[in-house]
Design a protein around this ligand. Structure first.
Ligand SMILES: [Zn+2]
Length: 131
């Protein structure tokens, strides 16, 4: 069975970040459509699902790869912002974050040290803050 699948998939594009995202979106659409009794959302969900599988089984590897790169160009900055926000929230118990008044670079300092002088690691500007 596994061997059969491998042979079937040879020369085909396979999964990438874009198809994973599309499958996630289609599942959300289909679940929402059930909750909202919306046939439009349901159809949309299956169209997206169909398109994502079309990409997985596609033999036009170059084109699918280009699509994925385009998607990542949009997605990576969003993902990066999300991760840095999550990271800051995780560290908010032990650290405080300040923006450098000169270059806007975010600076992390340990919490509970009182009034401190911060030197920006980017532009070396010094500024005071209460941590
Ligand atoms: Zn700075």
């Amino acid at each position: 069975m596994k061997e059969k699948f491998r042979r079937f998939m040879s020369g085909r594009y396979g999964f990438d970040q874009l198809s994973n995202a599309l499958i996630t979106v289609s599942i959300i659409f289909i679940l929402l459509s059930a909750g909202l009794q919306s046939s439009v959302l349901n159809t949309l969900g299956f169209v997206v699902l169909f398109f994502s599988y079309f990409r997985v089984f596609s033999r036009n590897i170059y084109k699918r790869y280009a699509e994925n790169q385009k998607f990542l160009n949009y997605w990576n900055p969003i993902k990066g912002k999300f991760y840095s926000l999550k990271n800051r929230m995780k560290q908010s118990k032990t650290h405080k974050f300040y923006k450098c008044p000169n270059c806007n670079k975010r600076v992390r300092v340990p919490k509970g040290k009182g009034k401190i002088r911060i030197t920006c690691p980017e532009c070396k500007t010094k500024f005071e803050a209460r941590s």
